[in-house]
Design a protein around this ligand. Structure first.
Ligand code: GCU
Length: 737
């Protein structure tokens, strides 16, 4: 990967922090692989600086400031003007690329584009330096691509340092203080930029204790992180406690319409921007799961969000206001209340009332990151509000980074979902907004104007683990989410292929001498302290291509279908929440059935599922536009994989697939476990082969063993539960306990 770049004679042209980063990156690659790199400043007078005795560049990475020919005489004029015309319309993060006459040229209108272009070259590898390449232009589909860390400053008595974290401790915080490893944070920023992300929050949405003080006397800690990640184009945002003025003992109220409160936040924002001029903004979880909010003062979400938005507006900051609002204490006996309805009921009446710098952050499904949920109807019903899609890379409900669960295909389905039917806007275009979606089509429903542009927020799966993500293969989720935010139409399996190439670089697969946990040069391609895609230099007797294909085949076999595999052995047909309460790992079919959380499956001796129809249920189907409103309503038309989300049906109800519900449950649970067993055998086959380093192999093997144990537990508990409830035996006579 980086070898392709390092071996060339590179010219970097332009000024700014991110151009410095590009120059440094090329310099690092060059130092390893022997090329040369020159830097020209946009302000310098070109001809002398270019120096006639220098080796002519065969890789030019240049900013194209309007009006001046980029890179002086170093850039082939014809390519320069062709690309220059192209980049003019690509925005601050876009770039254009071509190869002509043995020179690869990358042009961007702004430094961030140059950085993303560099990582694109790394992805292309040798293909960027072979035959001529026609002009290609790239720009992100979604402007805001934010990683949300649920990292606590203080260790939470139940959740630990990272809420729902499965990759060790926080890379930012330890026991109330900074974690103290700036290199790690810098490397993380680099990783994020390589994935295509451009923003992050550094603390949990549930803001407790010391975290509240990040706004005030702990501001320097935030500024220090911002300094470390800025060179990679990552802007820092903060999760804030809506009641901060009260919790910090500075005001008797947090009422958003109280002038003292408004002044307090304005002052806090001013201090923030003084310390962090490119500060991104606030993320707020208000009136939800015990967090304070405007309701206490009889104000609504728009009052609360707008007050914070007004404080940030003078500095260009945004408020991510979360639409995940659950303070109601549902009574399981009450069948008319439906948690799935809550976000829509709370927020859609407020459409049009939010300031332009408020982004309403909506979880992709109406419940809570279950393995299968329909797309949240809130996304379809707020044409005058900027909307962001929130997804969860941390595998809270999808195997907690002990199970292989590649979520790219799930997110891809969500982003490509067309709520008004084929040919109409997709979820990706709704969160991109009209300015960003490329063709200028209105993003809102019914052709209404849309403020648009909220982008994508992903809950991070990263911690201080050596492999970043606990399960080494869970890295692919971070990579995929960034790539899909850039280009929602990418095929998630192709994205996985990119990740495989970058993470397990070619010659590493043929090096039996490599150290455990590291490449032969001591820099693991996949480890936290390693280069992104560096490769050991030594060759071997193996046929690298064959090895490469074996490894690629193995990883695809494990990962391509792993989300659907996880679904097969867990909660069936979209019913959700059969996890153990609290920690949410492993099965407990009735664990939430009599809870106050509104997450029920209603299984009895006759049938299972939640009636959310307009005809006889909670009416949730009515929150969707046509055609989905009717499709979900209809027992015959509802997709099988969401049937129990929308309908309560008898066990012998026949699915569109032709199987009965109960037989489908048995079949998928047996099949899911068989699949995990096959994954495990497949992984075992490459053990000791040197295709991946031994420590990594062992880590994955351990986790696959646990995945199989847990999948068997799921299979047995779910199958037994439904056999006991229904009395319907398995048509194939398999053992159910
Ligand atoms: C889930 C998760 C919580 C988290 C919440 C949120 O409910 O279990 O830990 O705080 O989502 O998104 O705010």
């Amino acid at each position: 990967a980086f070898r392709a770049i390092g071996a060339h004679h590179t010219l970097v042209y332009g000024d700014g922090t991110l151009v410095d980063t590009v120059y440094d990156e090329v310099g690092r690659a060059r130092a390893r692989y022997g090329g040369t790199v020159r830097r020209l400043s946009g302000q310098a007078t070109e001809p002398e600086r270019a120096g006639a005795d220098e080796t002519p560049a065969d890789l030019v990475l240049a900013l194209a400031p309007t009006g001046s020919p980029p890179a002086g005489g170093a850039l082939p004029a014809e390519v320069g003007s062709e690309l220059g015309a192209e980049v003019a319309g690509l925005g601050p993060e876009g770039f254009a690329l071509a190869r002509r006459g043995g020179v690869t040229v990358l042009l961007a209108a702004a430094p961030a584009g140059l950085l993303y272009g560099l990582f694109h070259l790394v992805r292309l590898g040798p293909a960027a330096f072979g035959a001529d390449r026609p002009v290609e232009a790239h720009r992100p589909a979604l402007r805001l691509r934010l990683v949300s860390h649920w990292d606590n400053l203080d260790v939470h008595p139940v959740m630990g340092q990272v809420e729902r974290g499965y990759a060790g401790g926080s890379i930012f915080w330890r026991d109330g203080a900074p974690a103290g490893d700036p290199e790690r944070i810098r490397a993380y920023a680099r990783l994020l930029a390589a994935c295509g992300m451009n923003a992050m929050t550094v603390n949990n949405v549930n803001v407790h204790g010391t975290a509240t003080r990040l706004l005030t006397d702990r501001l320097d800690d935030v500024a220090a992180i911002a300094d470390l990640v800025r060179p990679y184009g990552i802007r820092v945002h903060l999760s804030v406690n809506f009641a901060a003025p009260v919790s910090l003992g500075e005001l008797p109220t947090a009422d958003p319409l109280d002038e003292r409160v408004r002044a307090w936040w304005a002052k806090a924002a001013g201090r923030l921007y003084e310390a962090i001029p490119d500060f991104g903004g606030f993320m707020v979880k208000a009136d939800s799961e015990g967090q304070p909010g405007p309701y206490r003062y009889r104000r609504d979400h728009a009052d609360g969000a707008n007050m914070l938005a007004d404080a940030l507006a003078p500095f260009g900051g945004v408020v991510h206001w979360r639409a995940f609002v659950y303070n109601h204490r549902q009574d399981w006996r009450d069948r008319s209340t439906d948690r799935a309805r809550a976000a829509y009921d709370h927020f859609t009446p407020l459409d049009g009332r939010f300031r332009d710098n408020v982004i309403l952050q909506v979880k992709h499904g109406p419940i809570d990151f279950q393995v299968r949920e329909p797309v949240s109807p809130v996304l379809t019903a707020m044409p005058n509000t900027r909307l962001a899609l929130e997804v969860q890379a941390t595998q809270e409900y999808t195997g907690q980074q002990r199970h292989v669960c590649y979520l790219g295909p799930y997110w891809s389905e969500v982003l490509r979902f067309a709520p008004w039917g084929p040919g109409r806007p997709t979820v990706a275009s709704l969160v991109a907004g009209p300015a960003d979606d490329g063709d200028g089509a209105p993003a809102g429903n019914g052709g209404g104007a849309s403020a648009g542009g909220g982008g994508l927020v992903v809950v991070s799966n990263v911690g201080d683990d050596h492999y970043w993500t606990g399960h080494p293969l869970a890295q692919a989720n971070l990579y995929a989410v960034g790539r899909l935010a850039w280009a929602p139409d990418l095929d998630p399996v192709a994205v996985l292929d990119e990740w495989i190439d970058l993470t397990f670089p070619a010659s590493a697969t043929g090096d039996p001498d490599s150290e455990p946990g590291a490449g032969s040069d001591g820099e693991p391609g996949i480890g936290s302290d390693g280069e992104l895609g560096t490769e050991p230099d030594s060759g071997s007797d193996r046929k690298p291509d064959a090895d490469r294909e074996t490894l690629r085949g193995t990883l695809h076999a494990l990962m391509d279908d792993s989300w659907r595999t996880y679904e097969r052995y867990t909660a069936p047909l979209g019913v959700g929440f059969m996890v153990a309460p609290g920690h949410h790992y492993g099965p407990d079919v009735d664990g939430y059935e009599y809870s106050r959380w509104g997450t029920y499956h209603f299984a009895d001796r006759d049938g299972v599922g939640v009636d959310r129809t307009r005809a006889s249920g909670t009416g949730f189907t009515g929150q969707y536009p046509q055609p989905w409103s009717d499709r979900y309503e209809s027992l015959a038309d509802c997709p099988d994989n969401l049937l129990l989300f929308f309908h309560h049906v008898p066990y012998r109800h026949v699915l569109r697939s032709g199987a009965t519900v109960v037989q489908h449950i048995y079949d998928t649970h047996f099949a899911g476990v068989d699949q995990v067993a096959r994954m495990r055998r497949r992984w075992d086959r490459i053990g000791g082969s040197g295709l991946v380093d031994a420590a990594l192999h062992a880590r994955v093997a351990d986790r696959l063993a646990e995945q199989q144990r847990c999948a068997e537990e799921w299979r047995d508990q779910v199958n037994t539960y439904f056999l006991r409830k229904s009395g319907v035996p398995d048509a194939h006579g398999r053992r159910i306990h």
